[in-house]
Design a protein around this ligand. Structure first.
Ligand code: ADP
Length: 536
């Protein structure tokens, strides 16, 4: 632990909250700049909406969502229209405050008029979302899945998924929502932090029973009932890749602002927590993405009234230790340098992970002792077990468990690359940002983009370009997302780009309009670049 920073550079920095916890200039950091902002409920819902507009079928794993307060009239109008079209439709909606976690402030409603407008919605924006009424039940209980995903690199995109995850159970038998049971959080919300307070919560020493189980134990059960578990995994992998493809444009804008191209480093990686709900028909639905998933492997137990103790949680330990151990294996800076002694380094790394399960008091002392030993073993290339590392002994080579993190991208890139359209729009945006360290496009940058791509003509004058810029930028900035910088944010640019595409290719569907405009811009910019080279 370096609470006050550290002068000597490290290979890997493990930040507790965000990329900005320290000023880092080299090595690898376990957080991407802007990740926390990008996965907030509102930002994620906006990014998903953009993808749903372009690829409605591919992105139907995210519930229809509206952003409050600004889309309240739209929400009311759309629900009314759908009810008129289908009078037997009796929907339920879930309202989730932006930036909330652990079920905080969440409530269910049957009708848009039930939204609690008093004060909080104005001061605390929220997402209202279609509630999935028919989840898959196990032992009559609703549950969700927490899957760990390693975003190892943004450019080129590299994604790994942990082969096992956690299933977190409700503690009251599930019933479809009615006005009577809407308020029963132990029936509808699967959050561990809520259900732990229910008298029915079961801490189990086994990973197959209780209120928190491994996902693999659920899969075994489903498989024994004849479910197509292979198809389920492939749907989950596809959901994860598509979600990350929706997040990368925004992440790239933050990345270039904090780590301008050409700088030696640092590079970033990050473990994300994906919360997924399975529908009765086994279709996975994305609930949310967590930038800082809990890595605790203990839980609090009340020994006697008012006396609590941290006790190991076997299910958390089984899943989380493997995720951290394998993340360190994959980002290990020594891997390239000394492939032959890699296994020995990994033994030390796994020894570190195991010590994290130790109680707090011992923790500092042991990590210090081990960090000194790690330096020593890195030099020697020997491989101690936890006990031996602590005792200062060395171990003969021993096989490590196989990787629990499975690479899914670029492995399956050819099935998903066609979805990366907004990524290409973001590349155009970044190209015209100009000043290093910024995330917003000024009016001059926008004009230069239009000029270089030759998008203005007698029907679309530069004055009209300026009006488009001002209209869209003003609206986005009034939504109060980020007042720190003035100018056009990426999502506003994407909206402007879609407008331009619709103007230019009127008769095509949105996806084809956008794809055609991207190709035109890329082609014209390549020509400009080519000319510059010739003149140069
Ligand atoms: P938080 O960050 O506060 O945990 P989530 O989006 O994860 O917010 O929602 C909390 C819980 O509410 C989820 O774990 C899930 O059980 C339930 N939930 C959330 N969204 C939906 C939905 N659209 N349909 C059904 N249940 C949902």
């Amino acid at each position: 632990q370096f609470p006050f920073g550290r002068r000597l550079p490290c290979d890997i920095y493990w930040h507790g909250v965000s990329f900005h916890d320290n000023n880092i200039f080299s090595g690898q950091v376990n957080k991407f700049p802007g990740m926390m902002e990008t996965v907030r409920k509102i930002t994620l819902s906006r990014a998903m909406r953009t993808m749903q507009d372009l690829f409605p079928l591919e992105y139907n794993f995210y519930p229809r969502s509206w952003i409050l307060p600004e889309e309240l009239p739209l929400f009311v109008a759309e629900v009314r229209m759908m009810k008129d079209r289908n009078p037997s439709w009796k929907p339920t909606f879930i309202v989730k405050p932006d930036g909330g976690c652990q079920g905080d402030g969440i409530y269910l409603i049957k009708d848009p008029s039930d939204i609690r407008l008093t004060g909080s919605i104005q001061s605390r924006p929220a997402v209202v979302q279609e509630y999935i009424c028919k989840p898959l039940l196990v032992d009559k209980l609703k549950f969700d899945i927490r899957l760990y995903v390693l975003l190892k690199s943004l450019e080129p995109l590299e994604i790994y998924i942990a082969k096992d995850g956690l299933s977190r159970f409700c503690t009251e038998p599930y019933q479809e929502p009615t006005l009577k049971n809407l308020h029963q959080v132990f029936m509808h919300l699967t959050n561990y932090s809520l259900n732990i307070h229910s008298g029915n919560f079961i801490h189990s020493a086994s990973v197959n029973t209780g209120s928190k189980r491994t996902f693999s134990s659920i899969l075994c059960r489903l498989s024994s009932r004849g479910a197509d578990v292979k198809k389920l995994w492939s749907d989950i992998i596809s959901l994860v890749i598509k979600t990350i493809i929706a997040l990368t444009p925004e992440l790239k804008v933050y990345y270039q602002s904090d780590i301008p191209a050409g700088k030696p480093g640092p590079t970033c990686f990050q473990i994300l927590g994906f919360d997924i709900l399975l529908m009765k028909n086994l279709k996975p639905i994305l609930l949310e993405v967590n930038a800082n998933p809990s890595m605790r492997i203990e839980h609090e137990q009340e020994l006697s009234p008012g006396v609590f103790e941290n006790v190991p949680s076997p299910v958390d330990e089984e899943v989380k230790v493997a995720v951290i151990r394998d993340t360190l294996r994959l980002v290990d800076p020594q891997k390239k340098k000394r492939k032959d002694t890699q296994d020995s380094l990994l033994r030390v790394v796994s020894a570190f992970c195991i010590t994290w399960s130790m109680k707090d008091k011992q923790h500092k002392h042991h990590s210090l002792k081990l960090s000194l030993k790690l330096k020593f073993y890195l030099k020697l290339g020997s491989c101690p077990s936890t006990e031996q590392a602590e005792a200062g002994e060395e171990l003969p080579e021993a096989a490590l468990p196989s990787l629990c993190l499975k690479q899914v991208f670029p492995k399956y890139a050819k099935h998903f690359s066609y979805l990366r359209l907004v990524d290409r729009v973001a590349a155009l945006f970044i190209r015209f940002l100009g000043v290093k360290g910024t995330t917003k496009l000024g009016p001059t940058g926008f004009r230069t983009f239009i000029r270089n791509c030759k998008l203005s003509n007698s029907n679309f004058s530069m004055a009209a370009v300026d009006i488009l810029y001002i209209d869209i930028t003003r609206r986005w900035n009034s939504m109060g997302i980020d007042h720190k910088e003035s100018g056009m944010c990426l999502q506003a640019f994407v909206e402007a780009f879609f407008c331009l595409a619709q103007r230019k290719y009127k008769s095509l569907p949105l996806h084809d309009q956008v794809a055609s405009l991207i190709e035109l811009c890329e082609c014209r910019l390549a020509a400009v670049h080519g000319k510059r080279l010739v003149w140069g």
